[in-house]
Unconditional design. Structure first.
Length: 163
């Protein structure tokens, strides 16, 4: 196991007029940059063009990219500095997700680099499992409510009989 490896996530926003080919080139460049510094890419997600929460450099929209990776301490700061020098990057933010990570146990996930479709946040199997779990919870909730109605209804006849 390599020592002092950490998991990071960097979110950056590209200028909206940047062509898809150029944006893909920047995403691939950043993946290569991480690998050159003995890091490991986990996933790159392009969220597509979205409205910014506030205007930045006279832009109201931008192309959002999320990059998750593993690297040595300081790699996220260097990553941010590299993005800061690129005129196509409007905003950037890096966070550490895990303090100690064994890069051999981290499994890469498929990248989503298309501008035209949002990346799915969860797989179809997870969605089906959640729907099934919700379906099994609904009857239990109905039983609980009917049981509580019986408890509420039971004292009323006794009170009437005592008068």
């Amino acid at each position: 196991m390599q020592q002092d490896m950490r998991q990071y996530e960097t979110l950056y926003v590209l200028r909206p007029q940047l062509e898809e080919k150029a944006a893909l080139g920047l995403m691939r460049k950043m993946k290569t940059w991480v690998e050159q510094r003995d890091g490991k890419n986990i996933q790159v997600l392009c969220w597509g063009r979205k409205k910014l929460a506030w205007q930045r450099l006279n832009y109201n929209k931008g192309t959002f990219v999320q990059h998750t990776y593993v690297g040595k301490p300081g790699i996220a700061n260097a990553y941010d500095r590299l993005l800061a020098m690129d005129e196509q990057v409007l905003l950037r933010q890096s966070v550490m997700l895990k303090l100690e990570v064994d890069p051999d146990t981290v499994q890469p996930r498929p990248d989503h680099l298309s501008f035209h479709q949002e990346p799915s946040r969860e797989s179809e199997k997870e969605t089906v499992k959640k729907q099934q779990a919700k379906g099994s919870q609904k009857p239990q909730q109905q039983k609980r409510s009917s049981a509580s109605e019986e408890k509420d209804a039971a004292p009323a006849p006794e009170a009437a009989a005592g008068e």
